[in-house]
Every structure is written in C-alpha cells, then in structure tokens.
Design a protein around this ligand. Structure first.
Ligand SMILES: Nc1ncnc2c1ncn2[C@@H]1O[C@H](COP(=O)(O)OP(=O)(O)OP(=O)(O)O)[C@@H](O)[C@H]1O
Length: 353
C-alpha cells in the first residue's frame, strides 16, 4: 500500500435512479474537502465510508485493511471501523454529559471507565472545554457542541475522520473561531480526513485538496490553486467565482457557441475560457476601440456582492459582471435593460477541455 492511499476507496452505491461511483484516495495526515451541488452524492459517500450504507460495488480500505468489499463479501460494521464521525444529524447523545459523550468512544474501544474518562477529560481540555465537562448537550452553545463532537470523534484516534458540514450550524462569528480551531486539530490529526462542505471558504482554509462531486461522479480533483485556475464545470466555476465557457479553440479565437471570444492564450481543439466577473465592463452603448470581446446583453438580475453589485447578464453570452453601485446607478442598471458588455482578451484564460 502506498502512503498516499491511506484511504483507498471506490465507493459505488446504487439508489434507484441515482448511482454514486467515486474513487477517493487520501494520504495519512491529508485533509480532503468533498464539495458538490445538492444531490451530488456527498452524504451518500460519507455514509458508505462510515458503514451506514453498504456498497453495491467497489471497495473501502483503510491502511491496507478492507472495511467493505462486496466482491469478497467483506463488510465491517460501523462500530468496528477505525473511523471517527461528526455528522449533523446525531452530533451528541442528549442524555449524556459532555464528558460521557467523549468517553463513549474510548469505552466502546474497550477502555475501562476510569481510563476512558481520563482520556475524555484530556480531549475536552484540548478543545478548550474542560469547564463544560458536566454539561448536557442542550446546555452548550452550537459551537461548544460542535467542539465536543469533534473531541468525541478524535478520542478514538480514528484512522479516518469524517466531517459532515462541521460548521454549517454556526453563526458567522462562532464559525470563524471554530474554523480556526478545527484547522489546528486537523493539522495534528495523523489519520486521513474527509470533510463535506458547501462553503468554499471552509474548503480553502481546512483542506489540502478538493474533490468535486457532481451527479455521483468525481468531476475535478486537485488543490485549491489548480481548481481555481482551471475550473472544469459550471458548478466549480461558480464556486470559485468565475465565468466559464466551453468551446472550440483555433489560435487565440474560441468559438463558445453564441460568439467567438478572443483569449489571452493560444490553443487548438476543445477548450475552456474563463474570466472573472470583475473583468467585465458594462457600457450603455457599443464601446469602440480596444476591447476585443464585446457583446450585447440584457440585465437579468442584480444582487449585492461585497461592496459591489453582481449583475447577471442574459443573451448571447450569459455572464456575471461586478460593478460598483455608482456605475450601476450611472448606467441605470435595472432588470430588462439592454447594455453592452466587454472583456479584454488579456483578462481571459483559455485551457484545454
Ligand atoms: N435513502 C435514499 N433512498 C433513495 N435515494 C436516496 C436516499 N438518500 C439519498 N438519495 C438520493 O441520492 C442522491 C444523492 O444524495 P446525497 O444526500 O448523497 O447528496 P448530497 O451531495 O449529500 O446532497 P446535499 O448537498 O443536498 O446534502 C440524491 O439524488 C438523493 O435523492
């Protein structure tokens, strides 16, 4: 077994019309974020790894040991897997104190009561909750409960840690603090970590690598820099905040269907062209002169985006454009209005599809 395959899985689950078929490999000490739109199969993948849903096909092995391999009739029950889970739906046992919640794992792994409680106390200290040991879950804040759940998952020293939207339930302030703390704990965790999230910021801060799942299949896999530079699907492009088009390139020209874009990079064959919403300039009339890429557009919608407005453009080349509130007022940007959009070739990136 090579060390970059500490987790080595091909997770195949058939659920009527939905089929998940995803290869997931994680090295020891590596944190991977699993991202994807609603219904992509993220939860199904996590549940299969945890043993809560059995595989239709494929395999799950951790550190060379099979946990699930239908072809050989191998299946290890969830409680016997070297896995720690922090799932939204059953974060903590409501009737147990924070301490007993954390001690539960070590007890299950055969520690006597005293040892389990001593280990749990040490874990609560590590997550900064030593003073909350006697509290029941309902007497904890969302962020505290999340930290107890993390301590409970880590207390069994799992080879694989599974986190399902670990910060989703928290308000913005608590979320930032808990994210920073979670990052420290994950950096210390010697096993593999798989984290499901909808939040690109969580993924960028917490993960070494991103795996993007769409329609039950992995569509992109790489570190944040690679994925941001070269998104390969519309979902990924939106995630990293880019306009993305697929077309055919011939030199600097890329035919994207509705029009031909001039890109900064020359290539031939199937290609993607990407540019940022901030690279799109809007004009009341057709601009003359420098920009190579100009097209007529209709304002389909406006929303706040930080200090600017993000404008959705419909027409030959649907796109998002960021403009300042002053520019939006000056151009009288309202839904239905006709404008001209322009992007300089130098602001576009083209790469093979
Ligand atoms: N118990 C089930 N029985 C049948 N189909 C299911 C079941 N649970 C989920 N599905 C289907 O499997 C697909 C993947 O669902 P899953 O919950 O894994 O997606 P997800 O990526 O976690 O989505 P979300 O981001 O909305 O949580 C969906 O099409 C869903 O309808």
């Amino acid at each position: 077994m090579s060390s970059d395959r500490f987790l080595d899985a091909r997770v195949v689950v058939d659920r009527g019309s939905f089929r998940l078929d995803a290869e997931l490999r994680i090295a020891a000490g590596e944190v991977v974020a699993l991202l994807g739109p609603n219904g992509a199969g993220k939860t199904t993948a996590l549940r299969a790894l945890a043993g809560l849903t059995s595989l239709t096909d494929g395999h799950i092995a951790v550190d060379g040991g099979d946990l699930d391999r239908p072809s050989r009739r191998v299946w290890v029950a969830p409680e016997k897997r070297p896995i720690g889970v922090v799932f939204q739906e059953y974060l903590l046992f409501p009737h147990l104190s924070a301490l007993d919640n954390v001690a539960f794992g070590p007890r299950r792994h055969g520690r006597d009561r005293r040892t389990a409680r001593a280990e749990a106390t040490a874990w609560l200290e590590r997550v900064g909750l030593a003073d909350f040991a006697k509290r029941r879950p309902r007497q904890l804040s969302g962020g505290q409960a999340q930290r107890v759940a993390l301590a409970r998952a880590l207390a069994v020293q799992p080879m694989l840690l599974l986190l399902d939207e670990p910060l989703a339930a928290l308000d913005a302030g608590t979320r930032a603090d808990t994210r920073a703390e979670l990052q420290r704990h994950l950096a210390d965790h010697p096993g593999a970590t798989l984290l499901v999230t909808h939040d690109p910021l969580d993924a960028l801060v917490l993960a070494d690598r991103l795996v993007i799942l769409e329609g039950g299949a992995v569509v992109q896999d790489g570190d944040a820099a690679e994925i941001t530079a070269r998104p390969r699907t519309e979902y990924v492009a939106r995630l990293v905040g880019l306009n993305l088009y697929r077309g055919r390139a011939c030199g600097y020209s890329v035919d994207v269907g509705g029009m031909v874009l001039t890109a900064a990079d020359a290539l031939d064959g199937d290609a993607f062209v990407a540019f940022a919403p901030s690279a799109v300039a809007l004009h009341a009339t057709r601009p003359d002169g420098s920009p190579r890429n100009t097209w007529p557009a209709t304002i389909a919608g406006l929303q706040r985006h930080g200090d600017n407005l993000r404008i959705q453009l419909a027409g030959v080349l649907p796109a998002a454009a960021d403009v300042t509130p002053a520019a939006a007022a000056h151009l009288e940007l309202t839904p239905g209005r006709e404008v001209w959009a322009a992007v300089k070739a130098a602001e576009t990136r083209a790469y093979p599809a």
